[in-house]
Write a protein that binds this ligand. Structure first.
Ligand SMILES: Cc1cc2nc3c(=O)[nH]c(=O)nc-3n(C[C@H](O)[C@H](O)[C@H](O)COP(=O)(O)O)c2cc1C
Length: 157
């Protein structure tokens, strides 16, 4: 199944993470495309395959600037996304206790409210953890991709 990675980033970390995940999934024979969220609207979900939201968090738990218009277009237009399957890679920093990884969490809540189904658990990365987000994401994405191929084990809970 094809995968489109949608990237929300302020300083490029999420884009770098997405590129590493793309390379890893492609090495496993999967067709993957990475797209920055700039200028997107709900029409992007007309593509075939599954979606991976890869986003950081800024401000007071906000999505990054390049994701704001996309988020607002979904929130305002409320497209029917039933049938859409997605995963979330959320980048954040636990020093922001009240808003840790809220960028990813906000996309998760929005997509679910539009009828989309999350596959697997959301991945969260703490910038202060001492681990590299791309390493954690590549490892996580292997399991996520397996769940895509085993729909009966996919969970939106
Ligand atoms: C000004 C600023 C605000 C941030 N706000 C949050 C936040 O509210 N919650 C959070 O979990 N992380 C927050 N972060 C951490 C970033 O999300 C994290 O460093 C991420 O890896 C950056 O990825 P990017 O380069 O793709 O934007 C903030 C970072 C900065 C510099």
């Amino acid at each position: 199944m094809k995968v489109t990675i949608l990237v929300g980033t302020m300083t490029g970390t999420a884009e770098m993470v997405a590129q590493e995940v793309q390379d890893s999934l492609a090495a496993d024979g999967r067709e993957v495309e990475t797209v920055l969220m700039d200028g997107l609207d709900g029409g992007v979900f007309d593509r075939d395959g599954a979606f991976l939201i890869c986003t950081s968090t800024y401000g007071q738990g906000d999505v990054p600037d390049n994701a704001q218009a996309f988020y607002s277009a979904l929130e305002g237009g409320r497209p029917d996304l039933s049938g859409v399957r997605y995963g979330i890679i959320a980048l954040g920093d636990r020093t922001y206790t009240a808003t840790y990884c809220h960028g990813g969490r906000r996309f998760d809540e929005l997509l679910r409210s539009l009828g989309a189904s999350r596959v697997g658990d959301m991945m969260e990365h703490d910038a202060g953890s001492g681990t590299m987000p791309e390493d954690v994401a590549v490892e996580w994405s292997g399991g996520w991709a397996e769940l895509l191929d085993a729909p009966q084990r996919s969970a939106a809970a």
